[in-house]
Design a binder for this molecule. Sequence first.
Ligand code: GDP
Length: 430
Amino acid sequence: MVKAVVGANWGDEGKGKITDMLARESDIIVRFQGGANAGHTIVNNYGKFALHTLPSGVFYTHTANIIGNGVALNIPILTEEIKSITDRGVPAPRILVSDRAQIVMPYHILQDQYEEERLGGKSFGSTKSGIAPFYSDKYAKIGFQVSELFEEELLREKVAGVCEIKNVLFTHLYQKPAIDPEELLAALHKYKEMIAPYVCDVSAYLAQAIRDGKTILLEGQLGTLKDPDHGIYPMVTSSSTLAAYGAIGAGIPPYEIRQIITVCKAYSSAVGAGAFVSEIFGSQADELRRRGGDGGEFGATTGRPRRMGWFDCVASKYGCRLQGTTDVAFTVLDVLGYLDEIPVCVGYELDGKITTEFPVTAKLEQAKPVFKMLPGWKSDIRGIREYENLPENCREYVEFIESQIGYPITMVSNGPGREDIIYRKSVLQK
Ligand code: GDP
């Protein structure tokens, strides 16, 4: 049984918490895309952790945690992250890295920084983790697969070839120092030693696991609106954030993915540039940001304050549709308990008409939000375990949003911990 946990929106929906929670009943957790550019925050009995590269199953001793071929693998960050959790008392996790995963090279990180400097104010809000140059090189067919670290002659040749291209860019376009091929090769030798204990033929491993009836959890990073095809291009990430890509980025048949749990947060937040129709500003935004998530809405990787907004039914309906949602996990609902009234964006005003279909980027920039006010519940809902015990206005908020997006909300998260979850049967469930 393969399940995917993915985001409906701009990321930071609380996927880490849901994955950590579901990992208890899973055998294998797989990261299938993205890199160390975004983070998941997880709160459990070992403490609070921000993971960037490790799958969110690493806190259990019964799980295998896989970095799939679709991931942008930053080897030093992976090694540091393993150390950072084991230093805090977490038992050494079982980690497998695909021999086909490609490596984020030191020059990708430099290129990302140089490009941001060059663009100045017109930048895309990159986290400068080398992700965009990494994926460009992957598709330009000058990337390095993990398996190539173990082929010395090939490695030497490829390094020389790539340095030729990169050094034209570095010295001429960016006016920066050239890369020394020998230094680069030495770094790759170190990478080889660091990664050797984890390398695995992941697709073969997963094929066997599927035959053995294991439960596999695909863990997505970011959300639909950051997908390079279906998101707010060009303000997107460089790898697909959709559950469908889980099949490719892990190396399994698409029809094996039976459950797609799309995570939606009870309000909106976004990082980086780009249109954000239900965005709010000023003291209203500051208050939601301060109260949001678990200790405020600030980036897990960058510490940047997130942009804040009300729940957006248009974006979330679209986000759920593209994921192929079977279940919605509705998170961080507890945070809204302070509000007298809660605005919800139910439509976009565009060219004098109201639409509930998410438009292409050029149109999105012109869209104005249409808000509906729902009554607040003015109480703390943390600790409640039964859906019926939630305040009536709170249930109405959940049910209103469910009816707008059209996908069943089967889980409601009312706190950051593993146990802060309410399961419910939705009228939309088949
Ligand atoms: P991810 O990237 O989708 O995993 O999301 P993040 O980890 O960046 O952001 C989610 C934040 O919300 C984290 O700080 C979580 O601990 C926290 N969180 C998750 N679910 C809940 C919830 O139901 N209530 C509260 N208050 N915080 C939550």
